[in-house]
Design a protein around this ligand. Sequence first.
Ligand SMILES: Cc1cc2nc3c(=O)[nH]c(=O)nc-3n(C[C@H](O)[C@H](O)[C@H](O)COP(=O)(O)OP(=O)(O)OC[C@H]3O[C@@H](n4cnc5c(N)ncnc54)[C@H](O)[C@@H]3O)c2cc1C
Length: 254
Amino acid sequence: MINRINYFVLGKGSNILISDKGMEGLVIHTTRLNRIGHDEHCVSAQCGASLKDLCDYAQKLGLAGLEFASGIPGSVGGAVYMNAGAYGGEIKDVLRYSKYLEPSAQGLRSFASVKHLKAAAHLFGYRSSVFQTSGWIHLSSLFSLTPDDPEAIAERMRELEKQRWSKQPMDLPSGGSVFKRPQGHFTGRLVDDCGLRGFQIGGAAISNKHCGFIVNLGSATAADVLALIEHVQKKVLERFGVLLEPELRLIGRQ
Ligand SMILES: Cc1cc2nc3c(=O)[nH]c(=O)nc-3n(C[C@H](O)[C@H](O)[C@H](O)COP(=O)(O)OP(=O)(O)OC[C@H]3O[C@@H](n4cnc5c(N)ncnc54)[C@H](O)[C@@H]3O)c2cc1C
C-alpha cells in the first residue's frame, strides 16, 4: 500500500498472468529506470533495464558471468525478484548488492528512503527472493563479473540462445515455464506423461515443443490459462502425487 493504494510493480511482464477482470490499484512500471553502468569488474543496472541489454553491455566490456541470462525476456528488477536462472546460472551467483525502497504505514513520504541490501540478505532460493515476501521495490543491483574474451562470451550467449530456440516455443506468446521444477522431477516430462502435450482449453494450449510451457494460440484469455494450469495440476497430482507450484505470478481480481 502507498497512502492506502494497492500497488503492483511491473517489469517487462514476462512472468505474470493478469486476470481478465483487471486489477485495482496503481501499476508502477519500471521501464524508464533503465540505466546501466560499470566500475572495473562490476556492472550496475537499474530495475527497468532489460536483462538482454545488461548481458550485451557486460559482453562488450569482456565481463563474463551473465551469459545464462541473455535469453530471459525480463527486467533486472523482475530477475532479482524471481532469482531468475537458466543453464546452470542464477542471479544470486553474480549479484553483490541491491538498492530498494521499503513501504511504510506512513505512506509515500517515509517510503522514499533508499536502502542497501547485501547479497546474503536477499534470501535467494530457487525462483525466490526476499522481495516476494517483503513488498519492497527493487531499484538497482551491482553484479560482480569475471574478465574474459568478449568473443568467447558472445559465442556462449549465441550457443545458449540456440539451445533455447531449439527446445522452447519462442515463436508463440507465453509466460515462460508455468511451474517451478519439482524436486526430483522435470515438469515437462510429468505433463507429457499425463498425455497433455498439445492439450487445449480455449485459446491456451500446452506447447507441443515443451510441455512446461502454456502458449497463447491467439485468443487465450487469462481464464483459459488458469483453467489449463488447474487441469495440469490435477492430472499430475492424480498420476504422480506431485503438486506443481506455479512459477507464473497470478495478478488481479479472481
Ligand atoms: C519465453 C520465456 C522464457 C523465459 N525463460 C526463463 C528462464 O530461462 N529463466 C527464468 O528464471 N525465467 C524465465 N522466464 C520468466 C521471466 O522472464 C523471468 O522470471 C523474469 O525475470 C521476469 O522479469 P520481468 O521484468 O518480466 O518481471 P514481471 O513479469 O514484470 O514481474 C514478475 C514479478 O516481479 C515483480 N517485480 C518486477 N520488477 C520489480 C521491482 N523493481 N521491484 C519489486 N518487484 C518487482 C513483479 O511485481 C512480479 O511479481 C521466461 C519467460 C518467458 C516468456
